[in-house]
Design a binder for this molecule. Structure first.
Ligand code: P6P
Length: 336
């Protein structure tokens, strides 16, 4: 990464004024995520070298084995955000309930809550496939200075003030939006600095990649089955290819650069889909829309869904707008 490129710190400072609540708190929050990302990145890259991979022996609220790096990443993000007294509450895939950040000083005025999936795709950790951290940020809706309540977290995705992910891949990137487009920053590990490498990222309107776990085909709704067969038809105008990494951040990131659609539909095994609305689908949907893409549950805009539970799951189809709309066409033509 050439040193002429703008650093993440410079970008945050330059764009602080565009944020209507520019009290500097959001900038501090993004800066804290930057620090935590570097710490987690270091461990993720060491995973093959030290005995930190493999199940921690515990299971999270999802009933999934907690890989040690899951637990580690969760601790790093929570400690980094708590110690800087920037947010008033945190919800995490790895925490059964939300965490209320009690004020060190009496007039605790923090206004933001953050929801995170600390290490998404963690089942890929010990096979050296890229994984990611996903985050979603809201302003609290209950009175500033009082302890946060579940109401502060159960907000529609259209109320997000910022969202993004860190992808720990062949290179480590931080990609985020504050509602003014999507920008990607690549880490130069030699000096520990993120540089603006992907300014104003745009989802191609169309693409040739569809990303879905076809192992669940027989359990999918009829409309999804019809769409998959549509992708597989041999025609001049649809040289589609199937690419599925099993890591949402990686599939989404590739599709945002090359064009494509990611689907995690409902199935008989997962009647509400598998992905979580608050800390996976909403932040991904915010990024998709800010990059000119689309994100729905097959019928309704993801960011208009009113949450009822912290860990609730929803079906998601997201990516290139023309491809998402083609899926919606099949879902309405073949409802099931
Ligand atoms: P499946 C990882 O567990 C995850 O939440 C996403 O990152 C990924 O796209 C999906 O689940 C993979 O799920 O059922 O296809 O293995």
């Amino acid at each position: 990464m050439s040193f002429e490129n703008k650093t993440l710190g410079e970008f945050i400072n330059e764009n602080q004024h565009t944020f209507k609540y520019s009290t500097g708190e959001l900038s501090n929050l993004i800066n804290s995520l930057r620090l935590a990302a570097k710490v987690v990145n270091h461990e993720v890259n060491q995973a093959g070298l030290v005995d930190i991979i493999g199940a921690a022996g515990d299971t999270n609220i999802q009933g999934e084995d907690q890989q040690k790096l899951d637990v580690y990443a969760n601790d790093i993000f929570i400690k980094t955000l708590t110690n800087r007294n920037i947010v008033c509450g945190i919800a995490s895939e790895e925490e059964d309930d939300f965490v209320c950040i009690n004020s060190k000083d009496k007039n605790h005025q923090n206004k933001y809550v953050i929801l995170i999936d600390p290490l998404d795709g963690s089942s890929n950790i010990d096979v050296n496939v890229s994984v990611g951290t996903i985050f979603s940020i809201y302003r609290r809706v209950t009175p500033v200075g009082s302890p946060v309540t579940k109401e502060d977290f159960l907000q529609e995705g259209n109320k997000q003030v910022a969202a993004g992910y860190i992808i720990y891949g062949t290179s480590t990137m931080l990609v985020y939006t504050t509602g003014h487009g999507v920008n990607g920053f690549t880490l130069n590990p030699a000096i520990g600095t993120f540089y603006l490498s992907h300014p104003k990222m745009q989802y191609p309107k169309d693409g040739n990649i569809y990303s879905v776990n076809e192992g669940n085909y027989l359990e999918f709704p009829e409309g999804i089955k019809k769409y998959i067969k549509y992708c597989q038809e041999v025609t001049e105008d649809r040289p589609y290819t199937s690419r599925y990494i099993g890591s949402l951040v990686s599939d989404f990131h590739r599709n945002m650069i090359k064009g494509g659609v990611y689907l995690y539909p409902k199935s008989t095994k997962n009647p509400n889909g598998k992905l979580r609305l608050l800390y996976e689908c909403n932040p991904i949907a915010f990024l998709a829309e800010q990059a000119g893409g689309k994100a729905t549950d097959g019928f309704k805009r993801i960011m208009d869904i009113k949450p009822t539970e912290l860990h609730q799951r929803v079906p998601i189809i997201c990516g290139s707008v023309n491809m998402v709309e083609k899926v919606e066409e099949f879902m309405s033509k073949f409802p099931s």
